[in-house]
Design a protein around this ligand. Structure first.
Ligand SMILES: [Zn+2]
Length: 153
């Protein structure tokens, strides 16, 4: 069963206004329509869960989400995704940052992915956020969003 945010995202191919408005202040140069949303089929989501993929994966300008994640009020796959909690908003900010990075320079993003995954493999991991340049930037940005929202009270 999908919630109201997911239904809107499926219809519009992007975040519903209520979700976008919570992250928009952090992305003054992005428009809502530039951040595409695709909800995985349940079959694919079951497989990606099995291989340990996160609840949201970004490919280019598209956030690919497991069913339900746009409407949860807590954790999915160890991460907190609520639109009403600073931790959840910060995490969506992290994912949307990847879209911004991609749109700014797709070639650089691909290069960083190739080099970062190579470095990850050399460290015995498939995907190590700490050695991938755009992930380090997105993690710092996520922290910035969280701190901003917390201090706003
Ligand atoms: Zn990331």
């Amino acid at each position: 069963m999908s919630g109201i945010n997911e239904q809107a995202a499926v219809m519009q191919g992007c975040l519903p206004f209520s979700c976008w408005s919570t992250v928009a202040p952090f992305f003054p140069t992005l428009r809502r329509e530039q951040v595409r949303i695709v909800v995985q089929s349940r079959t694919v989501a079951t497989y990606t869960y099995w291989i340990g993929m996160p609840a949201v994966t970004v490919y280019g300008d598209t956030n690919v989400c497991v069913p339900g994640v746009l409407d949860v009020s807590g954790f999915v796959r160890r991460n907190f995704w609520s639109w009403t909690d600073p931790r959840g908003i910060a995490l969506w900010g992290h994912e949307i940052k990847h879209v911004e990075q991609w749109l700014a320079n797709p070639a650089a993003f691909v290069w960083q992915a190739a080099w970062g995954i190579t470095r990850s493999l050399l460290r015995g991991k498939v995907y190590d956020h700490s050695v991938i340049e755009y992930e380090r930037e997105a993690i710092a940005f996520q922290r910035h969003v969280l701190e901003t929202l917390m201090h706003r009270g």
